[in-house]
Design a protein around this ligand. Sequence first.
Ligand code: HEC
Length: 501
Amino acid sequence: MSPILRPDRVLALALLGLAVGVSTPAAAQPDAAKLYADNCATCHHEARTGGQGPALLPVSLGRIRKTEVVATIRDGRPATQMEGWKDKLSEDEIQALAAFVLTEPKVQPSWTFADIVASRETHPDPVVTKPMWTADPLNITVVVEGGDHHVTILDGDSYEPITRFPSRYALHGGPKFTSDGRYVFFGSRDGWISKYDLWTLTVTAEVRAGLNMRNIALSSDGRWVAAANYLPSTLALFSADDLSPVKVLDVADEKGAPSRVSAVYQAPERKSFVAALKDVGEIWEVSTQGPAPSFEPRRIAVDEPIDDFFFDQGYRHLLGASRDGDKAVVVRLEDGKTVATLPLPGMPHLGSGISFTHHGKRVIAAPHLKEGKISVIDPESWTVIDTITTSGPGFFLRSHEKTPYIWADAMMGRQKDGMQIIDKETLKVSRVLTPTPGKIAAHTEFDRSGRHAFVSVWEMDGELVVYDAETFDVVKRLPMKKPVGKYNVFNKITFSEGTSH
Ligand code: HEC
């Protein structure tokens, strides 16, 4: 018996048909969540927070383009656990997985104090009274090889590697050294802090401070480590001794609006940590004075969130770049007042600013990420006294007390293979070095004497090119896997004016 079809029923059936049609079409939409759980979660964690493989969250993958995510899933990464999936998954499934890992999870994964505690590992390090090798301990250069996540410890005189060891995934923000040059702390994108003993070549402690971290800082007395996190929005504090957590600050402005932390630095003259907050108009200063600091933040109000900053030589002022990338504000730390605003169009990158002596006066230089320009700033009048025109926007600047030049890359421009040598007196590019034609040249570091400069050929099959900083002759070439950063112990612990901190 056929039912009498009433108009409302017809509509309901039609709608039902439509709904069914959407959810189970003939060529089914891949169920990305299930594909992920079945194939990827073992290494990347069911909450995508990482494990054997890195975290796969938008905040972590933010800098990587979708095409690269797709290519990684399809083809894998050579010589790693990440194999290609093109033989096991269809192109649709690969695309769906890429979209899935680039989508915010419904519930943001959490990382509590208890998780931090549980993540910590310590390893006994041999008892020694001097380094287990013979190089000059203060002329050691630590090279972070981003290509395959390794660190090379280099003898700064012979340029011979002392050791090379696997690091956590994607170290960034620059390692921090204890003032005696013995220990170095690394921070990784996925929130790991590793403490490494250069004398015994041992990782002595590790802890996961957060799920996505920006950088770390070591207090001037060497007792505390601070970690700036994006996820969760925290500033986490640890004992530098064994990396045991001491306090985690949930970062939010006075009204309670949460904020990611863009960066944290130590201000040695002030015995404090200073943190840039990404989403709210505050800068935080956390005192590290006294035997048991309370780590209560001092809130410094600013008109707009500050992403990135630089201190003047005495750490009296902070120069901060605003997010819209066209100006910088100068905040006097003593009273928290904004004392000047500087026009700095083209995304100033203050985090890699340096100071140097120009006509007998100390000035500050900062590159711009969007323009082939370097701004030179007088920290007394807080005015831009000159703008150096370069062959393209660059990321890093380096100099040294003992050299008359600044070395600036142009890696964000069209002539990526050139390293520009800028005269500190004329403020002009006096020559351009090309370490390897056609390959990206970036990031210079000097040895402790300033006589030699190390330049990265920033490629998977890259190199570290050692230059004589006076004659500009190539002294040595060492193969390296994308050497993203190099750090000389002496220049770092003496706060050399030519390096960013
Ligand atoms: C056997 C462990 C393992 C499995 C299973 C695995 N991966 Fe990976 N994956 C890794 C490792 C290790 C890396 C880091 C490779 C490197 O060093 O570049 C990685 C890297 C990645 C990256 C690049 C992340 C970045 O930040 O650069 C993506 C994307 C990725 N995997 C997606 C997936 C997806 C999707 C699946 C499931 C189809 C999957 N992976 C399965 C281990 C694994």
